[in-house]
Design a binder for this molecule. Structure first.
Ligand code: FES
Ligand code: FES
Length: 172
């Protein structure tokens, strides 16, 4: 295998089936950001340390910076751009927006996807479970307090214990 070898990839990205010819050396974050113009997948460390580039592959959080594109063959990939549905923002996005659980926002797309995966697995996580789960992702701004609250609020929105934001309010 050489750096110029290519492979044909079939995968589903944010609900849309795709086929792409990509170099075998291409990393997923470059495929998303450079080839598909999905800039919500942020890259900082580039070596599986910070979590800024987290995406979901078949529902599992993965660092896109250190995942080869060919690894998503046949998989369903979800990025932050795919979270909003016909009914509006995902409850996790709503909770982060309502509580302003971010400052610079650089970690936020990856954090939101990480939280979405947690709530899909554990709908009502306790504080220790949340702490353990989000420990893979670094936030240099918030001190994590509001992020913890946002996870709990997102859980309540999903279960109906808290009201969802009206679509318009959630986007402001
Ligand atoms: S940019 Fe991928 S883990 Fe930091
Ligand atoms: S909001 Fe700035 S790094 Fe998390």
């Amino acid at each position: 295998m050489t750096a110029t070898d290519t492979t044909e990839l079939r995968f589903t990205l944010n609900g849309t089936a795709m086929t792409r010819q990509v170099p075998t050396s291409r990393v997923l974050s470059d495929l998303l950001r450079e080839d598909l113009a999905l800039k919500g997948t942020n890259v900082a460390c580039g070596r599986t340390v910070c979590g800024a580039c987290t995406v979901l592959i078949d529902g599992v959080p993965r660092a896109a910076c250190s995942t080869f594109a060919f690894e998503i063959e046949g998989a369903e990939v979800l990025t932050v751009e795919g979270l909003e549905g016909p009914d509006g923002l995902d409850p996790v996005q709503q909770a982060f927006a309502r509580l302003s659980a971010f400052q610079c926002g650089f970690c936020t797309p990856g954090m939101i996807l990480l939280v979405r995966a947690l709530l899909d697995e554990v709908p009502d996580p306790d504080t220790e479970t949340i702490r353990a789960h989000i420990s893979s992702n670094i936030c240099r701004c918030t001190g994590y307090g509001l992020i913890l609250e946002a996870v709990k609020l997102a859980s309540d929105i999903r279960s109906g214990k808290a009201a969802a934001l009206p679509h318009k309010e959630a986007r402001t």
